[in-house]
Ligand binder design. Sequence first.
Ligand code: ADP
Length: 410
Amino acid sequence: MAFTFLPPCGIHLVNRKRVEEELQKARDVADAANRAKSFFLANMSHEIRTPMNAIMGFTDLVLRSELTAEQRRYLEIVQARSKDLLVLINDILDLSKIEAERLELNPVQFSIAQTLSDIVGMFSLDTAKKGLRLSMDISREFPDVIYGDQQRLRQVLVNLVGNAVKFTEQGAIIIKVERDLSYSGSDDCLPLHVRVQDNGIGIPVDRQKVIFESFIRDNHLIPKYGGMGLGLAIAKRLVEMMGGNIWCESEVAKGSTFHFTVRFLCQRVGDKLPDNAIQAPAPVQRRQLRVLIVEDDAGSQLLAQLLLEELGHRITAATTGKEALRELSANDFDLVLMDVHIPDMDGLEATRQIRNPASLVRNHAIPIIAMTASALKIDEEACIQAGMNNYISKPMLPHELVTAIDKVIT
Ligand code: ADP
């Protein structure tokens, strides 16, 4: 007959409690380390965006001038590589934001058909070069306008279509959008099932499970195709944030189909718009503006000045918050472009002082646009809370600058 020793109940409970406490401590340490890594990545991306602003901006400006064919070719390579680098920085930033749970969805009203046809247009040059056919097939039952995070849907599609184009040498790529039939929830919800199908190199079965993890890529494919292995990891997290799933079916040498589901809301034209839905801005009459640029980074300052002068505006530059307040007390301006990280008093504090009726500034209501190298929503919100009217992210693109100004100058 076998005897089993059972510890008295009390001892059992004490041990269990201790183990749970230890486990909780280990979990807290791991979470803190993960958060520290995410903040480090977010800060690094921020530091890299400032020099990128000058590299991309000046390359763009020089490319608009007269150049020899050879100079143009070299600069076009600089331009293309800077864009690749920016995609990489944005991917790292996105992943760190997702991991730090700081990425928020930004739902707007949009047309799914238009979004898809923009993407087809965006890849038309690459597909034409390779002789590939790229087409879209969208179910007719969808309303003209739906409500969801268009930018993030676009990001997932751009990644999947980009991969399909990259890994396919001949044949066709089809983007298909249908209602997700597996969904059985509320009628307001519009569940989408999207497929991106190619007949490219395919993916071995054992790799199909891991490709959605970050930094997973096929070493033997890198010399030919490049890539950091971040795209699908980001796509997976974004799709999950939008209430769906992502998976793939693939056969080596035959091709791959990437599937994902997302849940948006039905919103027909004429329906009441949700409060934060973006509407087309009214056309703007442009006039010459007196602009104060507050920026301590010499490259970024000169770039903003050249872009604004090209638009016909008159520029004054300041490098510190105090200098900016002196200028705004002594002279009349129509607009301030304010960097957030400036010496002596940051852009947020300078803005609060401009808005303060007790300060000597002549026009307390002057429109202020933040120029920020941070792509975190929380930093953008801080700009608005401090009293700024709008913000623009670095690297600053000329058309984004025009749109940002149009929005605040009425
Ligand atoms: P990357 O940016 O490096 O392409 P992804 O996360 O987008 O990273 O993709 C990870 C890996 O998955 C790729 O390196 C490739 O090996 C594989 N892969 C993704 N899409 C396809 C596809 N359409 N056809 C074949 N392989 C693919």
